[in-house]
Structures are given as C-alpha cells and as structure tokens.
Design a binder for this molecule. Sequence first.
Ligand code: ZN
Ligand code: ZN
Length: 345
Amino acid sequence: MEDASPNTQSYDFDYDGFITEVIPRVYRVRVPLPDNPLRELNSYFILSDEKTTIVDVGFDHPACEAALDAALTELGRTWDSVEILLTHSHPDHTGNLDRIYSHGMRVYANLHSFQEVENLQMMEAKVFEPLVRQAARPQDEGLSFEKGAVRLKLHAELLPLKHRPLVIYIEEGDTFEAGGYEFEIIETPGHDNWHICLYEPQTKTMLIGDHVLERITPGISSWFATHNALEEFMESLGKMQRYDVELVLPAHGDPFTDLAGRVLYLKEHHEKRLEEIYELVAQGHHDIISISQNAQWKYPNWSHWPLDQKYFSMAETMAHLVYLVCDGKIKQTICGDEYRFELPS
Ligand SMILES: [Zn+2]
Ligand SMILES: [Zn+2]
C-alpha cells in the first residue's frame, strides 16, 4: 500500500467516464483501488435537493479521496451537503471515512458502532493468527521475530478504521429516503455480518453492495466454529428472489440485469464447493491448513501464496466446514488446540 499522509497529496487518475447516471439522480462513481485486484469500487451518489448521499466510500487512500472530491465538484455539490451510507464494514467500502469524515456528517449503516467491527476483528485474529503463522514460510512478508516470538502483521487493508465516527443504525424494513426515492433496507448477512442491500421499487433497482457481483464470487468467511456464515449467505441469496429487480447496482464491476441467474450460479458454486470439501475430509484431510492447501482455487500453489490470501482462503474453507458440520455431514472435534474434521463414525 502506498503510504501518504491524509489530505496532503493530490492524486491523478483517468477521469474519463468515471461518473455515469444509472437512474435519475443516482450516479455511479468509479473509485480506483490502487494495488488491489478488485481495481475499482463503485460509490453511488444519490442527489436530493438538500443533501448528497454517498453509498460506500473506498479505502483510506488519497486516490479514493480524490475520486470522491472530483465527483462532488463535477456534480456541483460540496462536502457540507454529504451524508454517507455503508453497505457493509469492509475497508474498501469504509476506510476512506478516515479521510473524508467531518464532524456532524451523518453515517448510516447496519452496525451499532465501529467498535463492534473492531472487537470481532480482534477475536478473528486470535483464532486465525496461529493458523496463518503455521502456514507461513520464513521469507513471507508480514512476519517478524520479536523477543524470540514470531509476530504477524497482516496487510494494512485488513486493519480497522483509525477514527470511529458515530453511526446511525438502519435495519431490515427501514426506509431510507434520498433522491426522491424510498429505498427499502434489506439485511443480507453472509459476505459480512453487517451487510445490507437497498431496493428501490419504482425503478426496480437493487443497490447490492458486495452481496451479489456479476464476475466475482463474494468471499464468505467463518472465523469461528459457531458461526455458520455460509448458511446466512444462502438465506440472504434466497431473499433476493422476493424482489422484482430490473437493474442491479453492484459495488464492483458494471451494473447488470440478470440477478436471478447470478443468484442461481452462486448457490450452485457453493454446493459444488461443499461436495469438494466433503471429499477432501473423506480422503483424510483433517485440519484447515491441509484442506485449504488441497482444495481447488483460482490460482495454483497455495503454499506459495501471500499470507493475506491464505488467511482469507482458510476462513472460506472454515465457512464450508462449519456448514457441513451443522448439516450433520461431517463432525468436528478439538485435538490439542486444533480443530479436527472427520466423517461421522
Ligand atoms: Zn466486501
Ligand atoms: Zn468490496
């Protein structure tokens, strides 16, 4: 990650076609995510007479701040008209708050406070750091040795917000008014505990965050054996079928129309993955590292991956394992300080 002090660096990027009006008074703003495989985040600007609502804001990075700033200027708006709505807690959606937040700015999200997110991240690290350390190679970046103990520092993108602005809690069934529309708030946990989508019935538009993306399979992570994130995700996918949707506005990639087709694809993808993980356990892979290492991924040579990628892939494997355990297909025991997965006897 590029290191820059806040608000002091200007950042150039290609402004050509970076704003488009997707439905009347709602604009897609393509915010660059430098050095990240996702490449871009879509922030959506909803223009009301008195206020400008920005849905999702990008990383804590000067390029993200510059993009929002340029979009506001282009739309003839100023920062004092801005309120923020966050579809979920991930840093590519929230991190930029550390740069753009000013006192009194309203921030809406389905979380009670950012402390809630940080608490969970701390617990996740406690469970997963020993595993990542075990999966690390000596030359891996992020590993250091202090007073004889191995310490692990994960990528800056995983770190929580430095400043934690107050949040206004919004939940299932609430209506959010902006741009002359009444958006219905839909809770869609799975990709993130606090994920929400916004449905606009007049134009049949779904602001979908990272819940369903057209070309990317959203990551699903369980960090604890008691949290069945995949089941939550599958239920949240099912919720999408209740809505008549003609236009999907995702947080990454182009807007698309075939929501039902994509939902079906994602369900099948996870069902296949569950079968694969079950087979690996049946073949005698009993721990998360061994199962993750032997599963099929988009990129080969799991053992040589960067630590962050291993971290997420193990949490994804854990999500499938927890689902299979809850479904009674495999059983989980604890052996020493390690989870062990096997077929029921
Ligand atoms: Zn996300
Ligand atoms: Zn995202």
